[in-house]
Design a protein around this ligand. Sequence first.
Ligand code: SAM
Length: 321
Amino acid sequence: MLIDSYDRVVDYLRVSVTERCNFRCTYCMPEKPFSWVPKENLLTFEELFEFMKVAIDEGVKKIRITGGEPLLREGLDKFIKMIYDYEPKVDLAMTTNAYLLKGAAQRLKDAGLKRINVSIDTLIPSVAQDIAGKDVLKNVLAGVEEALKVGLKVKANMVPMKGVNANEILNVLEYCKERNISVRFIEYMENKHAKEDIKGMKSPELLAHLREKYTFSDDGFDGTSPSHYYTLEDGYRFGIIEPYEDDFCKKCNRIRLTAEGNLIPCLYFDEAMSISESIKAGDIKGAALVLKEVVRTKPEKNRWGGEDGEVSSRAFYETGG
Ligand code: SAM
């Protein structure tokens, strides 16, 4: 079992399989980065799988594939199947923008994927175009419907932004509620790569807006999820992710791996250690030592918006959010 210096069990690994994305979301990657990480610096799926085995053997029970846009990387279903065949009990999930999901959902499900989180920031095509930089909504919604059809469990993420999509909070919730998809509103997190002038919404404003239409109870935090949950009178549950609170740090169980092999103990820290060299050399013991060291040095709290207002210089598309 992996236990950090604050007695937290670390059993959740998020793996960014590519930093590339087919969207240019204003809050994440408005401009194509000056250069992508060269392909030869990325770990192959076989190499990533070697590390997945190490992580699973050490106690990781949940693996989420993310990016960039994970569906851009060819052979993703085979990677998922490798993990599934090694340990079918691993909770295999993916975070995607769903643009390419319609054609991939069945293959991913057959490979062993259980759940997906989809970014649904808007239900208005022109707003989707403004946020993502191209006309994406039709494909995204078709991807969501297909995922539901093939039996993947689906959750939605929305980043509400003032003057952009904040007026759609209720509509997105309704869309999700009708499909029994739990939606989580994510407070916009400032970062050096996002478009300037984005004004996110904090939890109190979001809640006030939602109260105009709904009555709901406050369920607080649930297990290790960073989401603060609320339940409507009819039993539908939605969440708010509040990175400016450090409440969820107390139960944080996650670490992150980038496509280049950097293992990151906290989304809001720039520190990382590479597993690339040991994995490429077939040094499994070495990779396990790096994993344990990263877990040991996992910080107690995120540094987000702390006294010095620090923002991470690492991009969300690199860490996978
Ligand atoms: N391409 C996939 C997607 O769109 O979901 C996966 C990668 S994306 C970086 C993962 C998550 O990070 C998404 O839910 C996205 O909304 C979130 N995200 C990215 N930048 C963010 C920001 N500045 N503030 C809050 N959430 C952000």
